[in-house]
Design a protein around this ligand. Structure first.
Ligand SMILES: Nc1nc2c(ncn2[C@@H]2O[C@H](COP(=O)(O)OP(=O)(O)OP(=O)(O)O)[C@@H](O)[C@H]2O)c(=O)[nH]1
Ligand SMILES: [Mg+2]
Length: 317
């Protein structure tokens, strides 16, 4: 994927090339015509080189504008973790509210229809059905970040996030049957430009330590398989940005549970993430803000922290 670094390097290379041509031409003119002509010739050359450089810059800029990079994001989590609700509210939040750091437009009719349909379901007090194993829905959008003041520094992306059923996480577990029956999900995760690890706060605060231990084992095994498939050198960390999301954080508010306690509940997983990924961070998210007393989605949905992981990730590219 083309990055900001590539752009800067391209510009630097062009500048360096121009300087070398300038110095060479200056010496050649001096050699053939003597130093009398050198000063005025240098001016003419400098002007010519400057103009060529500007045209080049404009060309590179137009090229980048016309061909935004594709940014593929994967979400890894167990069934019922809250992935589909999160992606629905993430996209709705990006569509319906003005964000300072990101301009965003869903791409393709399917994404808009799906987000609006699911949002209507949630707004009428009904949770979404589980995503069926073997199916996938790609949320797609055009996103522009950064460089509001300096156009050359804006980054344009075609964003794509695949939403699969949580059951597919077993494809990363060598002891599971699905290890031998990998679907597109496996390749999607291995080839993605960024990964969201979705943890269910409900699970973390209601289950026994042994069960949380097993959950950590599955994620740790998945991370090890991922690192191996991405061809990581043991001495280096994986460059793919990874955000760990504590979903359903609203559940801790009234129970005297703190964010630190959530972090303390998964020490091994955090350790492995920090040791494996060069760019890793944690976000506390609530897709709906709170649940009603009956356990249904609230009348007014107030998402908390849903956009930040995406902005963090895109800014790293
Ligand atoms: N308290 C709370 N509960 C939530 C929230 N989001 C989702 N839930 C609950 O989590 C359940 C599962 O959410 P989904 O988004 O469908 O879960 P999923 O990870 O897509 O599950 P699969 O499709 O089966 O993999 C919902 O039916 C709700 O009961 C949230 O923000 N807060
Ligand atoms: Mg789902």
């Amino acid at each position: 994927m083309r990055t900001l670094r590539t752009r800067i390097l391209t510009v630097l290379a062009l500048g360096l090339g121009a300087a070398v041509v300038g110095i060479l031409s200056d010496s050649i003119i001096g050699f053939f015509f003597g130093s009398r002509f050198q000063d005025s010739a240098t001016l003419i050359y400098a002007f010519g080189i400057g103009a060529t450089f500007a045209v080049f810059l404009g060309y590179v800029y137009r090229l980048l504008e016309a061909n935004p990079a594709t940014f593929k994001l994967s979400i890894l989590g167990f069934p019922y973790a809250g992935k589909t609700v999160y992606l629905t509210l993430l996209f709705n939040q990006l569509i319906s509210t003005k964000q300072e750091d990101i301009q965003f437009a869903p791409y393709g009719q399917e994404t808009i229809e799906q987000v609006l349909r699911d949002l209507n379901t949630l707004s009428s007090g009904i949770w979404l059905p589980p995503t069926q194993p073997g199916t996938v829905f790609y949320y797609r959008a055009n996103a522009v970040i950064g460089g509001q003041r300096i156009p050359f520094l804006t980054q344009r992306f075609k964003l794509e996030i695949g939403d699969y059923a949580g059951e597919h996480i077993d494809e990363f577990d060598p002891s599971s049957e699905l290890w031998l029956h990998k679907s597109d999900y496996f390749n999607d995760v291995v080839n993605s430009d960024g990964i969201l690890l979705a943890l269910d706060v409900d699970y973390l605060i209601s289950r026994q330590i042994t069960e949380i231990g097993k959950l950590q084992n599955v994620f740790i095994a998945a991370i090890q398989v991922l690192a191996e498939k991405k061809g990581i050198d043991v001495s280096k960390k994986l460059k793919t940005p990874v955000a760990l999301l504590f979903l359903k954080t609203d559940l801790i508010f009234e129970r005297g549970i703190t964010e630190e306690m959530l972090l303390d509940s998964i020490p091994r997983l955090l350790n492995v993430c920090e040791n494996t990924f060069e760019k890793f961070t944690v976000f506390f998210v609530s897709s709906v803000g709170e649940v009603s007393k009956t356990g249904d989605p609230p009348e007014v949905i107030r998402p908390l922290g849903v956009v930040e992981p995406l902005i963090w990730m895109l800014n790293l590219v």
